[in-house]
Design a protein around this ligand. Structure first.
Ligand code: ATP
Ligand code: MG
Length: 412
């Protein structure tokens, strides 16, 4: 293969076990989220660049370094979506749904970020996410987190993740905290990374999220927001923690969690793991009351999270197995029409069934064994004339005649 026909760096094909893991994560999340009353939305994979540039915050890593932005043939600047929330809020406004609240949205699909590829970090990756748009009560935050926890639990990986929560307070708390951080970091300016120096004037909270080792040592001693919370913000956080207990969601507090994007306030949280090396965050989210207004809608409170499907898939203890298949085996070509009838009867009943496209009976039985079929339905002219097929259990080896109309019932 010439180099230009290789997959693009940071992209991967999902085939076999990888695809089954991926699918299992999405299906589990979809089912659990539906139980919490979330409806699925599908928004476009690309949007006008402004949808992301205006809303994710000009100091976020995503906007400064990671977006796939290009001019289309009409000269418009468009961007492959780096995350799902901005598109959902854009869709809320474009579809005139800002007066029909609450909206409870689930989504799943590919996201694109120009990052350095490594284990658990790709340029095309996939997220599941939920957004609860409308309520401003901490009960909404707690329910959104509970839904995320429920999905992680349903995937059987709750024991390898920890939920960390924090509050970013209201605007007034954040302003006071911001001033305190500017004072603290300015005094240590000469030891900060270049990225963090840039954040110092624009959004010093983001320094808390820095992955630079030098920054992290400084961050470890930085003041926390607790002392700067207004009574209202403190009460919001108290209520959130009380509700989380009631929902039965275990968590610990981590005052360093700020989230990578600029639009968050009050609740910020992450599900982290130490099983994936540096890529330790599997799910992250929080409250973003300002975003819908940024998108041109009315002031609309909202809370949500997104999770990386690849990272969740890697944490699954075992790959979901392929469902057992039934092999339909005509003993010769004359038996093929009856075999096709049997095949379709099984498939209509939801049973996975396959028939080889050629070969004598021996060859077809060999293939049935090779694909790990659980049973074979063998059709010969004499049996067909009597209205039966031989059903062979390929696990126990036993065989019995079964009426042709009763195949699906027998193999259910
Ligand atoms: P990180 O700190 O790992 O860069 P982030 O803060 O940029 O994550 P979010 O924007 O909050 O991540 O996205 C939510 C989730 O999406 C992450 O917790 C992670 O599981 C997943 N994710 C983000 N970027 C990537 C990527 N490049 N490849 C694979 N998964 C990703
Ligand atoms: Mg990132």
């Amino acid at each position: 293969m010439t180099n230009e026909l290789q997959p693009v760096r940071g992209t991967r094909d999902l085939i076999g076990e990888d695809q089954r893991r991926h699918h299992h994560v999405v299906e589990t999340a979809r089912r659990v989220a539906a139980g919490y009353g979330f409806d699925e939305w599908t928004t476009p994979i690309f949007e006008t660049t402004a949808v992301f540039a205006r809303t994710l915050g000009e100091t976020s890593d995503v906007v400064t370094k990671e977006m796939y932005t290009f001019q289309d043939r009409g000269g418009d600047s468009v961007t492959l979506r780096p995350e799902g929330t901005a598109g959902v809020c854009r869709a809320l406004v474009s579809n005139g749904l800002t007066q029909s609240l609450p909206q409870k949205v689930f989504y799943a699909g590919p996201m694109f970020r120009y990052e350095r590829p490594q284990k658990g970090r790709y340029r095309q990756f996939h997220q599941i996410g939920i957004e609860l748009i409308g309520p401003s009560e901490p009960l909404a935050d707690a329910e959104v987190i509970a839904c995320g926890w429920h999905i992680i639990d349903a995937l059987g990986i709750a024991a390898s993740t920890v939920l960390e929560v924090n509050t970013l307070g209201d605007r007034e708390s954040r302003q006071a905290y911001r001033d305190a951080l500017i004072g603290y970091f300015t005094a240590r300016k000469d030891r900060l990374s270049e990225d963090s120096l840039m954040r110092l004037d624009r959004n010093p909270l983001r320094i808390l999220d820095s992955k630079d080792a030098g920054d992290r040592a400084i961050v470890a001693e930085a003041p926390t927001i607790a002392a700067y919370l207004t009574p209202e913000a403190a009460a919001f956080y108290d209520t959130l923690r009380r509700h989380l207990d009631r929902f039965g969601v275990p968590f610990r507090e981590n005052p360093r969690i700020v989230r990578g994007l600029d639009y968050y306030g009050h609740t910020a949280f992450e599900f982290v793991t130490d099983a994936l090396g540096a890529q330790g965050t599997v799910m992250g989210g929080g409250r973003y009351d300002g975003l819908v207004a940024e998108m041109g809608g009315p002031h609309t409170p909202a809370v949500g999270w997104a999770a990386g499907i690849e990272r969740l898939a890697m944490l699954l203890h075992e790959a979901p197995s392929v469902p057992g298949t039934v092999a339909v085996v005509p003993v010769n070509e004359q038996a093929e029409p009856a075999a096709i009838d049997a095949l379709q009867q099984l498939r209509r009943a939801g049973i996975r069934a396959e028939m080889a496209y050629r070969g004598n009976m021996r060859r077809r039985m060999e293939r049935a064994n090779r694909i790990g079929a659980r049973a074979a339905v063998i059709l010969g002219p004499d049996d067909i004339a009597q209205g039966v097929a031989q059903v062979k259990d390929l696990v126990s080896g036993t065989q019995e005649p079964v009426s042709l109309d009763a195949l699906a019932d027998r193999l259910k």
